[in-house]
Write a protein that binds this ligand. Sequence first.
Ligand code: AMP
Ligand code: ZN
Length: 141
Amino acid sequence: MSSEPNCVFCRIIRGEIPATVVHRGDACLAFLDIQPLSPGHTLVVPTQHYPTLDRMPEQLAGEVGAALPRLGSAVMRAAGATGFNVLINNGSDAGQVVPHLHIHLIPRRAGDGLGFRWNVRGYQPGEAERLAESVRREMAE
Ligand code: AMP
Ligand code: ZN
C-alpha cells in the first residue's frame, strides 16, 4: 500500500493527525473538511496515495467512485441539504492544494448563496470537432 510520510491526508489515514471521520472503507476514507464551504462538506480520499485522478488505476478509481452515491446521499441527508456538488480540483492549476486526490462532497440548499463562477466561452468553427478527435485519439492509446 503506498503512503507518503509527509502527506497530510496519508497522515490522517495512518491516524497520526485527527480528523472527523464519517466513513471508513477499504478503498477510501471520508472525513469532514476543516474549512467547510457548507455544513457537512466532506472529503473522500483513496486510502492509497495518488496525487491526482489521472494517475489512479481504473479499478481503484472505480472502488472509490462506488462509495459516492450512498455517501453523498448520507452526507446530504445528515446535513439537511437537498443537493450536493461533487468536485475534484485535479492538479494545482485546477486549484488543488493538497496533492493527495480528494473528492469534495458539498451539501447544497436552495438559496444558500454558494456559487461557482462559470465563465463560459464558445467554440470557433471546427474547433469542437478537432478537440473531440484529439480526445478519441488519446483514448485509443
Ligand atoms: P483542494 O483545494 O481541492 O486541494 O482542497 C483541499 C481541502 O482540504 C481544503 O478544502 C481544506 O480545507 C482541506 N483540508 C486541508 N487540511 C485538512 C485537514 N487536516 N483535515 C480536513 N480537511 C483538510
Ligand atoms: Zn497521501
